[in-house]
Design a protein around this ligand. Sequence first.
Ligand code: B3K
Ligand code: ZN
Length: 878
Amino acid sequence: MQATYLKDYLPPAYRVTHTELTFDLDPTATRVKARLHLERHPEREAGLPLVLDGEGLTLKQVAIDGQPLEADEFEADAHSLTIARVPERFRLDTEVEIAPDTNTALEGLYRSNGMYCTQCEPEGFRRITFYPDRPDVMATFSTTVIGDRESLPVLLSNGNPVEQGELPDQRHFVTWEDPHPKPSYLFALVAGSLEKVEDHFTTQSGREVLLQIWVEPENLDKTDHAMASLKRAMRWDEETYGREYDLDRFMIVAVNDFNMGAMENKGLNIFNSAAVLTHPQTATDAAFQRVEGIVAHEYFHNWSGNRVTCRDWFQLSLKEGFTVFRDQTFSADVNSAPVKRIEDVSFFRTAQFAEDAGPTAHPVRPDHYIEISNFYTLTIYEKGAEVVRMLRHLLGWEDFRRGSDLYFARFDGQAVRIEDFVACMAEVSGLDLDQFMRWYAQAGTPEIDAHGEYDYATGEYHLRLSQRTPATPGQSEKLPLHVPIRLGLVGTKSGHDLTLKLADAAGGSETLGKDAVIHLREAEQTFVFQDVEEAPVPSLLRGFSAPVKLRYPYSREELAFLLTHDSDGFNRWDAGQRLTMLALDDLIAAHRNGVEKVMDVRLVEAYRSLLDEPGDDQAVLAEMLTLPSEAYIAEQQPVVDVDAIHAAREFVRQSLAWQLRDAFLAVYRDNQNDEPYAPTPEQIGRRKLKNVALAYLMSIADDEAIGLTQAQFKNSGNMTDVRAALTLLAHSDRSDLAEPALKAFGEQWAHDPLVMDQWFTIQVTRPQPDVIERVRFLMEHPAFSLKNPNKVRALIGAFAQNRVNFHRLDGQGYKLLADVVIELNRLNPEIAARIITPLTRWQRFDEERQVLMKAELERIRGEKLSPNVYEMVERALA
Ligand code: B3K
Ligand code: ZN
């Protein structure tokens, strides 16, 4: 299969200035007429053939300037339509037929629950009509949708409705016009029997915008939170980035079958129903927060992505990294900022670090791909956001904002590259960002070793930093990066941040304040701080100011000190994580060596002091009391021993529970709340803390803990508490607790697909060894379908995160995943290529498991593979 290379980029031979589409909808034979107004690209030579992308289309007609073409004047194959001779400027008419009903890949035009919808990014538009399907071709669109009046009363597309009317045979039509030039990947169409919730937003310049959320009738009561989130996001983007919405209406549609979370189509965002619908009784706090973040993310794309888009798909992080950074900051601003950062970083260090250390590691800007859909990754999105965050650290907010303004002003309506964005940041700040650009080109997580020394005689503190980035596939040599390190020096006597006076090369010094960013640029560099009045403990990489692994030989005493004294909330949490990791390391070693496990008393004391002084941010405390996940612990081990990790972590959990039982009980009781449910940071924090405490108590599972959990399961009015309790019952060793609760819940919510997803996940994440059999059994459940990506994620994806069971030594977990990948490879290659990921990480495990995992990858390789799965398997086995 052919790879595409960034170095081969050429502008398109012809560009489209205006696109007129007419859809005559039919489940098995939808007719699509396209009229494209084309002209030669000024940078390309005259006389080139016109080559349009087209995938799985049945061509009915083709004409240039009204003249139908003869069969020998064009060539249509499985992937393209080629016309050898075309004028400099012309009108192309085509008509094709497509079959939405048989489209299980969910790219292009397909049906979900009877409703028609589209997904075009990155290359789905070519499954709708012949087109130069690439982001640097931007045209205005006029779209007419024709459908049955009775079954398809609602007909939507991008922009504004300009005409509608009745047609013979009980059909009707609506014509939409989008005045903003856009690439084909932002095209959208929806048709169905939908109902809407409406609201309004007045922009900062006083324009009225109509806001609509379209859902199936039974979901009308689940849209309030998405609508409120949308309005908050619109206001925030005006206030924070000066970005105003630019059409008269903004629509969101919820669909059940969707590959991703959502899609930012111009003026018509299409959402996975899981990313938009919420109700206190059916959605957890985490789901409420996810919806808020995704609604904001898609809205923010209107500028970072739509008004200014990507020249080619190698630049994907230009829009995704920046937009994730924007949505992270938004969520931090409207919720608890330290908690948001802790959540994002713990996810990042677990999942993105693993990607960057594995066989599919790639730079934030890749230089080649076989299937671009495989590159909607944590590296492009999350690491891309961290790279933008570093720019913010390096420039400071004011210059960063000026750079952002310049970027939007200079490139409005254009398709550009990552260096165009960075150049704006360099221009406004005067900073040299050439070295910084390596962050986009080099894959792998940089490792930084830090050593500090305090000289009592001179009052100098020397901080020696060295950096190195490990080799990744295709990149053996790495150059030093420009790394912003935010830090403080915490006085061991005072417990306060000391003033940072940094010596410079010229023999002078610069006073930076008490919390500052230093620039590491060399492979090895020593920073000298002067007039440090007492011995400090360094607090490094505050707020995780760079996506690196930072090692510092902290003693347990120093970590306990930072845990209570660091002024940076994030680093306080991180000190606790490091302290817990030291204890876990010892216990993992003890487990492996068959030695009795002994709990570290310093850890118990550290937790005790946290519980004794709960502070006023319950959510932060909940995070501090949460043990690192098995996946995160695994990331820290040279060879992953799933059983030792599980045993060590359980041992810590139970030891803490036994020794601090009364304190956990008090926290549980103190954080009960009778107020009506609201997804406020304050309430969310309380629920989180209460449920963390309950989880500790249930690790002992005495009568009192069981009683509290059962009462919470039965009596709570919100899904956060019900799900927390159900998970504890279902994951306990007692089937007399687990089975009745699961049964009751399954019956109560059989009608609600999003709740059934949670029911599936809870069952397949149990630590008990019968889980693989349960997954196979649940795959036959009427609520499960391999054709629905949410179900696949809830059952199969969640199971593959169940480390002790997925990695069972009889290889049945691997076999199950491979069976599903093989089936999905035919139905939905994009999802198949995503869920295969855990198998591709075989190098991290012991010999015995490596053999089993590779055997399953080989079995998959033996199939007739989609480009998506082919690329993943080849990378994994390379
Ligand atoms: N831009 C979309 C990605 C869709 C790609 C699907 N293959 C979602 C987002 O990042 O907002
Ligand atoms: Zn996005």
